[in-house]
Design a protein around this ligand. Structure first.
Ligand SMILES: [Zn+2]
Length: 310
């Protein structure tokens, strides 16, 4: 009964919402460089995935125009970037207290949330004999609960966010309350430099070698970032956080469903702008692999730790 009530609610909300909006958005005209930005990643750099659970949903809730009958899982996965100057974890996925954390979500989100939890990142790393003290930091694509939940198992790791996200965490906003609890006393903010990167006006080149470059992509939250990775093999990856939830957002130029944009995106125009920018990059540089945080197939590009991509 609960299940049917939930689905009925979702169908009504999404049908209602999508009927009022223009169907598509168009790629933004962004001035992009002719070539990919230079990078000299060290030979020992590696990237891998740490899946911590999935949420079960439908394509209708994954992107605008998605089929309500098509089941879609949402990955809850952290990405480990091993680099000789310091290993970074990009987001954390689900932590140990996910059951309790879900109960604190707004009711509508609780009603639309069915999930399976896996092993928290810290436990996966320890099981693979990885010393979590080797982590130089956790880079948050943004401070929403499903990206910070696993911080509870990494109590000493510094957390890197731009100052705009630090302010969002400090604001007491409902969407960043868990982050406020879990990041207390260990937030390290960084500043972007005014050096363009793939049409973005600013960037933060974490290790100064172009291997891990963060660019501001505000909208989903005020300090959301995209993470561009350049691997020693020459492969390029773009971790999109929640700019879109699944790859259809990029391939179909389809933003999140209306209800999700209304409830979750802080600034829908900015998200739309970021999306069309990324679509323009994807069209000009098809060699980049784009990975939205919650797309399990895109995430499967990355081997699961201790397997790694180089
Ligand atoms: Zn998310």
């Amino acid at each position: 009964m609960w299940r049917w009530t939930r689905w009925l609610l979702i169908v009504v909300l999404v049908l209602f919402g999508s009927s009022f909006l223009p169907w598509s958005i168009s790629p933004q005209s962004v001035t992009l460089p002719d070539r990919l930005p230079a990078a000299s990643p060290p030979e020992s750099m590696r990237v891998s995935a740490l899946p911590t659970g999935v949420m079960h949903s439908s394509a209708m809730l994954a992107f605008r125009g998605g089929n309500p009958m098509e089941p879609r899982d949402f990955s809850m996965t952290a990405v480990l970037v091993q680099h000789p100057r310091g290993d970074l974890l990009i987001d954390t996925g689900f932590g140990r207290e996910v059951d309790a954390q879900v109960k604190l979500l707004p009711l509508l989100m609780q009603l639309t949330t069915e999930y399976d939890k896996g092993t928290p990142v810290a436990d996966q790393l320890s099981a693979a004999a990885y010393d979590i003290n080797s982590l130089a930091g956790v880079v948050l694509t943004h401070a929403h609960w499903d990206h910070v939940s696993g911080l509870d198992s990494l109590p000493k790791t510094p957390i890197l966010v731009p100052s705009s996200e630090q302010a969002f965490i400090a604001s007491g906003h409902e969407a960043s309350q868990l982050a406020q609890q879990l990041t207390a006393g260990r937030l390290k903010s960084y500043a972007f430099t005014d050096k363009p990167y793939l049409g973005f006006a600013q960037q933060f080149d974490v290790w100064g070698d172009g291997s891990v470059v963060l660019v501001p992509a505000p909208g989903h939250s005020p300090g959301s970032v995209l993470v561009f990775l350049s691997l020693p093999s020459g492969q390029r990856l773009a971790l999109l956080g929640d700019l879109v939830w699944q790859l259809d957002g990029i391939t179909e130029l389809a933003e999140k469903p209306w209800i999700a944009r209304r409830l979750i995106d802080e600034d829908t125009d900015a998200v739309r702008q970021g999306l069309s920018h990324v679509v323009a990059i994807a069209q000009q540089f098809p060699q980049i692999t784009f990975i939205p945080a919650h797309d399990p197939q895109a995430m499967a590009t990355l081997p699961v730790y201790p397997e790694t991509l180089r």
